[in-house]
Design a protein around this ligand. Structure first.
Ligand code: NAP
Length: 490
């Protein structure tokens, strides 16, 4: 076991999800072997280990939602289900030879930077103190702590409650009266599966979302064989998917009104699927497409047509012993309440505490004004990187693409440190300020800020620390090399 005083690590990564596994592999490929991943649970997988609710899947096609350096010719469907994605990360961890580098059951509680040594000391809950040259948080920032709505009587309900991200597979929903609260991306996947079991299902919708069908299909065996024999064909499919999806960014980051054509398509689909005009009206959003995350499902709207499913277009306001109460005061008797109510904002769930130069607290920074240069670095926190930190979120493409951009940036920093002999690099405050000004200007015209909706992308003060306000290839370009001239190096 490495303790303070032992040979420091080149790199410690917090979290063994897509971020930790991918970065560790890339760093090893660049010749850094003294690497450790600290994982608080007993398995790799991150988000895909946590979210096991029925129907969980990725709404980005799997050929794109996977590492470019580890293509999987065997994806069973265009949109692979959660167990298959989890299996993919597990396999990557094994095939990349990372297992000996992962310490499971190791929860990081705090880290601090020692200026004299130019090293981070990472403390775990079990009392280990590990030193490292580079420290990376791959622990997820935006979507890791489940949020419950602030309603009356959460504790008075006598039946079962569950959050979508804390699913208990032993709960039997057959023949039960169930309420699903929320109609975001998780609810889209969950509702059809629950409707197949419950005797009655209430779906509580506070705000409708724009919805397109999901063009999912099983991958034919000959296609899998083709991908295996000619890997270039799978690369081509990935490139085509990337280009197709990137085209949607035009309306998101340049001109929200360009989304109108797509809105019309959504309305046509709604018209074809829901015959009752009153229900259609409830399901029609009053903001620009993309402002809230676009919903992608082919079985959600048909489920609402089932006789035992009731769409209640009102917020939940209260839980009573055996019922839920909605904004108008209506009460519905239920046995089980499922919260598909999303996650705490990054301000409420900042990364694990890190103390940088002059005692600066990462917690304090992230809870007051979450921001990071290229979603990764901050002045006063030398050699510390976040993966998918502030303003890296997308509404149209794969987050794995964003991660891979950051992998390159971080590994290049490590390579330059080794090549040029500096021990640590601290981001210049003026670079951070310039970047934040640029972000602020760009965000103003994006659909997330100007699309006319309230979403979890916007913080209480109206700022947006979630969205990347440009094309993903622009992010790739900005992170193509570690710009050491923007850092003070010692
Ligand atoms: P979410 O998008 O934050 O949705 C939460 C839902 O709960 C919203 O519909 C919200 O309504 C509703 N809600 C909150 N309080 C309520 C109340 N008191 N009464 C009624 N409804 C209430 O959460 P999520 O669906 O878990 O998705 C979170 C993020 O996870 C997504 O944006 C997406 O990035 C990601 N995700 C991705 C996938 C994928 O396949 N890639 C799948 C699932 C999730 P309002 O709209 O009015 O706030």
């Amino acid at each position: 076991m490495h303790e303070t005083g032992a040979q420091p690590f080149d790199l410690i990564i917090i979290g063994a999800g897509f971020a930790g596994v991918g970065l560790a592999h890339q760093a090893r490929q660049a010749g850094f072997t003294n690497i450790l991943i600290l994982e608080r649970s007993q398995r790799v997988g991150g988000t895909w280990r946590e979210n096991t609710y029925p129907g969980a899947a990725c709404d980005v096609p799997s050929h794109l939602y996977s590492f470019s350096f580890a293509p999987n010719p065997d994806w069973s469907r265009l949109f692979a289900p959660q167990p298959e994605i989890l299996d993919y990360i597990e396999r990557c961890a094994t095939d990349f030879g990372l297992r000996p580098h992962i310490r499971f059951g190791a929860e990081v509680v705090r880290s601090e930077f020692e200026e004299a040594a130019g090293l981070w000391t990472v403390h775990t809950a079990s009392g280990d103190a590990l030193r490292t040259r580079f420290l990376v948080s791959g622990a997820g920032h935006a979507l890791s702590k489940p949020a419950l709505p602030a309603v009356k009587g959460l504790d008075s309900f006598r039946g079962r409650t569950m959050h979508s991200a804390q699913w208990d597979p032993t709960v039997d929903l057959r023949g039960k009266r169930v309420a699903v609260i929320g109609t975001g991306a998780s609810a889209m996947q969950l509702v059809p599966k629950i409707a197949a079991q419950a005797s009655h299902l209430f779906v509580l919708q506070r705000t409708p979302g724009w919805l397109i069908p999901r063009p999912d299909f099983a991958t034919p065996e000959p296609v899998k064989r083709l991908f295996r024999r000619l890997p270039a064909t799978q690369k081509l499919v990935r490139a085509l998917l990337y280009t197709y999806m990137e085209a949607f960014a035009v309306a998101y980051v340049l001109e929200p009104r360009l989304g109108r054509l797509r809105e019309r398509g959504c309305k046509r689909y709604l018209y074809r699927t829901i015959s009752d005009p009153a229900t259609r009206a409830k399901l029609t959003p009053a903001y620009r497409i993309g402002c809230k995350r676009l919903l992608i499902s082919s079985d959600y709207l048909p489920t609402l047509n089932l006789p035992h499913v009731t769409l209640v277009a009102e917020a939940l306001t209260e839980l009573r012993e055996g019922s839920i109460v909605t904004a108008s005061g209506d009460e519905h008797q239920v046995d089980v309440v499922i919260f598909a109510t999303g996650f705490e904002s990054p301000e409420e769930k900042p990364p694990v505490e890190a103390i940088g130069l002059q005692g600066r607290s990462l917690h304090a920074h992230m809870t007051t004004s979450p921001a990071a240069y290229l979603g990764a670095t901050l002045p006063g926190f030398p050699n510390y990187f976040l993966i998918l930190g502030p303003n890296t979120g997308l509404g149209h493409s794969s987050m794995i693409y964003m991660m891979e951009s950051q992998f390159r940036y971080i590994v290049d920093a490590m390579t330059k440190s080794r090549r040029d002999g500096w021990r640590f690099a601290d981001l210049r405050p003026e670079v951070m300020e310039r970047y934040q000004r640029w972000l602020g200007e760009r965000l103003k015209r994006t659909v997330w800020n100007a699309g006319g909706c309230a979403s979890w992308y916007l913080s209480k003060n109206g700022g947006n620390a979630i969205s990347w306000p440009d094309f993903t290839f622009a992010f790739r370009f900005k992170t193509r090399r570690f710009d050491d001239e923007n850092y003070t190096r010692r």
